[in-house]
Design a binder for this molecule. Sequence first.
Ligand code: PEP
Ligand code: MN
Length: 272
Amino acid sequence: MAKALPTLKTAASIPLSQGRINGDQLTLMAGPCAVEDRGLLLEIAGVLKRAGVSILRGGAFKPRTFADSFQGLGETGLKYLREAADTNGMAFVTEALDTRHVELVSQYADILQVGSRNMHNFALLREIGRAGKPVLLKRGMGATLEEFIGAATYILGEGNDKIIFCERGIRTFSETSRFTLDLAVIRRLKEHIPGCLVIVDPSHAAGDDALVPDLARAAVAAGVDGLLIETHTRPEEALCDKDQAILPSSLEELAVELRALYSLVRGHSIVA
Ligand code: PEP
Ligand code: MN
């Protein structure tokens, strides 16, 4: 490693408007890739609430490969997210794609997401840090551990320690999944930043709904504090990432297993 990793401290417990994120229980964040429609979002959120999901997710500003793809509903999407979260007693997380959106997104969201493509956008990291809200920091798809930790220093530098690290798969030669889920990063992060919160997004790593449950179980076994899972009631009609969305009802079943596994793992104190 080129440079010794800095000694950092990030929050071990993050209070939200509804509940908190800490190592006492598995935190589930779920929802559609993008907010598409008010009724659909309310329907999805209702089932997720029953599944014990405490944090709704959904993109209002979407980072898309092609400029003519659906880019999200913008502020209207943020309003729908706030309504769906409040109706169901949930918090919500959504991406702030650009420095110009941070203020607006902060007015609605409980947690600001830094997307994988923006992990190296230092101006955005600073702006998001300054907003003072909890931050879900996704690992760049080509970022090393050092770079991932380095990104957190920009947020910490603004006096914001409410950082949740999120492994979402990295780009490798393997074509077995959309990205390759690097589960070793969980322990490495916790070694370098004792007590830090780490979650895994099996959906973007998988790129395929059939792989999501296995990757989610593996992540829990490897010591994560939570999971971010894309769900949609009609995946085939989803405007974004339809191949990887699972049904909210499938998550309801999976959540029971994941919680049992989490208790087993925590009982054995596998995390340093
Ligand atoms: C997302 O969470 O919808 C997303 C775009 O994720 P990532 O930045 O990890 O690709
Ligand atoms: Mn997505």
